[in-house]
Ligand binder design. Sequence first.
Ligand SMILES: [Zn+2]
Length: 280
Amino acid sequence: MAFFINNKEFKDQEEFIRYGRGCATKIPTPIDILRVDEEIKANQTRRQLFLDLTIEIRFHHITYGARGLITRTQRERQVELLNTAYSNVGLTFTYSEQEVKFIDNVNWYNMGHGSASERQAKTTLGADPHKYLNFYTGGLVAGLLGWATFPYDLAGDPDIDGVVMLDESLPGGSAEPYNLGMTAVHEVGHWLGLYHTFQGGCDGVGDHVQDTPAHSSANYGKPEEGKPHNACNINDFAPIHNYMNYVDDDWMNELTTAQETRIKEQIMMYRTGLLNSANV
Ligand SMILES: [Zn+2]
């Protein structure tokens, strides 16, 4: 059955998933993966992980006339979802209505990942990326739901830091079954340093998180529970509820303990500007 998402037609939902579930976050290179592992490891002895931390979001809603006008209720529900997802990490996301910006610009509205429009919009609009989570919304290139930058890229390219979300993927949007706000939870996971659970497939060390079973490729839709699905090792179960998999929004509800630790390590290593409000 044909599957439509953000103005693009796919043969079926499986094809959309193979295309990347609309997540255009770049695939980390082996060199980046190694470098990050080494740097985290080298800092382990000097590191004390924070207990809790507040992260202020700056919303930049890029509009095209009447399109993309995100409401206050949508923002509040989105922030609530982030707080639920990352509460065990000790993270609290906040934002101020006074700081919410609406920008009418058709080129920026239709931005693609890595495009000149993206760089122009972010350079113009972004708040200090060391202190805030810049959260952009727009219509994006057809077929995309969003993307994020990784913590380890902040130092080298601060202007581009943040998450970009399809406006209709926020809670109450029209991008069914991806309209409950879980795209933002997933992209913020990347922004905090998580890879996809199926990163690397069955070769090597997968997503570099110990307690997420390796699986050969993304799961999608609403995979049945209590089944191994495409887990790489016998007796393992693919993490079908994990935020960093590609399942439907209403199927995502899990972050593992090792993912939570990885997030803390990544913040301590690459997003230290956020730590001013931290309790250690
Ligand atoms: Zn992703």
